[in-house]
Design a protein around this ligand. Structure first.
Ligand code: PLZ
Length: 447
């Protein structure tokens, strides 16, 4: 089967959304639960490189990668070939019934790619939330303790236990309780909003963390501390240098497992295979998903062999976990990242974006902060100048302008005032520049 390559340029064939998308959206509204929202109701027909093609023939520039998933691009050739060949061989046996090599292969690759030289083991699941749940199950089994510490602005998923770990009420939690117990929240080292200023953020946040866990949770009750090395949905919050390492070391001293949730940051997104590497942190457990399999649903927990092997046989699993097609896709995605040096590409994208974002923030004082790493970058919108009041209204307006001009952008942040940029690492420079031009026009029109 041959399909023509997708032209890598923005084409606005109709208004956005066009008539066919509007019709499909009507069907969606009467067929799909209202609980499932849509950011931009253009209905996608094809995608690849850095372009999404909709049913009306519009070519939109992708600055979202389906929330940091299509890191290797949509329809990356190695992923497509691996999936096609695996589908023809077999689609499913259930690894817990009759296993297959593809699962073992992905586990081996995860064990060698993740930080740390020690012996490791992996277990595969379907979604990020499921990986996080399982990391907690493993941590509780290994330590014999129950409490789990999570951070302000954290996002770990939408299942019951992960809703408890997720910080933000709307839209993730409202009305969905009661939530799982034994979850405790501590402040996040958020330099831009730290009350005494960014310079004191690392020390004060660490001291608060230690004192809260000591006084309100008890070290000896604590199984794990879970953190996103760069917080994703919470607004691309990058903790100050050294902060993660201090938390991880303190965990080790207290027999507490340090879990890095690298579901959004992992697999070249931040310019390293994993964001922890940048901080020289070796987590006890690491959760991955999203970028791992080029768009197919796959997630994993990887960690110290003694920890991962502490669970009784049969204690972990699930019907579809490590589905062979998803595993084949993961091998194709990982090989693409290696062959095309996508970590290097993420750093190039940072170098292309950062000067433009800085220029933008000099022009528009509503841009209060620029942050992120690699191809995981964001701007935080505020009232202006020294007034850091979150500006969610302007964020929505800028986002909507980008959408209607053929640029798929995403927002984030506890206060809904962050625009985040997560382009596929397969997008070319010209396309990225054009996307940044549209962003600039959006500020000129709305700020
Ligand atoms: N941990 C760090 O970023 C998923 C959420 C989209 P699942 N983030 C996108 C939405 O609104 O549902 C995420 C994450 C981090 C865990 C998860 C959960 O991963 O695959 O969505 O379950």
């Amino acid at each position: 089967m041959t399909t023509a390559p997708i032209e890598q340029r923005r084409i606005l064939a109709t208004v956005i959304p066009g008539p066919r998308s509007v019709l499909l959206h009507k069907r969606k509204m009467s067929a799909v639960s209202a609980g499932i929202g849509t950011g931009l109701p253009i209905y996608v027909e094809r995608a690849g490189g850095g372009i999404l093609v909709d049913v009306d023939g519009n070519h939109l520039i992708d600055f979202g990668s389906g929330i940091a998933v299509t890191t290797v691009g949509n329809s990356a050739p190695r992923v497509v070939a691996a999936v096609q060949s695996q589908v023809e061989d077999f689609t499913h046996t259930c690894f817990m019934v009759t296993p297959y090599e593809e699962y073992v292969e992905v586990a081996e690759r995860l064990n060698s790619l993740t930080p740390g030289d020690g012996e490791k083991r992996s277990a595969l699941f379907n979604s990020g939330a499921e990986a996080v749940e399982n990391a907690i199950k493993v941590a509780r089994t290994f330590t014999g303790r129950t409490a789990v510490v999570a951070f302000d602005h954290a996002y770990h998923g939408r299942t019951n236990l992960t809703m408890a770990l997720t910080a933000k009420n709307m839209p993730y939690k409202r009305g969905f309780g009661p939530f799982a117990g034994e979850i405790y929240r501590v402040p996040m080292a958020y330099p831009y909003r730290w009350p005494t200023g960014p310079d004191r953020c690392a020390d004060e946040a660490f001291d608060e963390f230690v004192s809260l866990v000591h006084a309100q949770v008890g070290e000896q009750n604590t199984a794990a501390v879970i953190i996103e090395p760069i917080q994703g949905e919470g607004g691309f919050i990058v903790p100050p240098a050294g902060y993660l390492k201090r938390i991880a070391d303190w965990c080790t001293q207290n027999g507490i497992l340090f879990i890095a949730d690298e579901i959004q940051t992992g697999f070249c997104r931040t310019g390293d295979w994993f964001a922890c590497e940048h901080e020289d942190v070796v987590p006890d457990l690491i959760t991955t998903a999203k970028g791992i399999a080029g768009g197919l649903p796959l997630a994993a927990v990887t960690g110290r062999a003694d920890v991962m092997d502490s669970v009784h046989s049969g204690g972990l699993g699930g019907t579809y976990g490590g589905n062979p097609v998803a595993c084949a896709a993961a091998v194709g995605a990982i090989e693409t990242m290696q062959a095309e040096d996508l970590c290097g590409r993420a750093r190039e994208i940072e170098a292309l974006f950062m000067p433009r974002l800085r220029e933008l923030s000099e022009k528009f004082e509503v841009i209060g902060d620029i942050r992120g790493r690699g191809a995981m970058l964001a701007i935080e919108l505020v009232s202006g100048g020294r007034d850091k009041t979150p500006n969610a209204t302007l964020t929505s307006a800028v986002n909507a302008y980008c959408h209607s001009h053929g640029l798929v952008t995403l927002t984030a942040g506890t206060f809904g005032n962050v625009m985040r940029f997560l382009p596929p690492l397969s997008a070319g420079d010209d396309l990225l520049r054009e996307g940044l031009d549209i962003l600039e026009q959006a500020f000129a029109a709305k700020a």
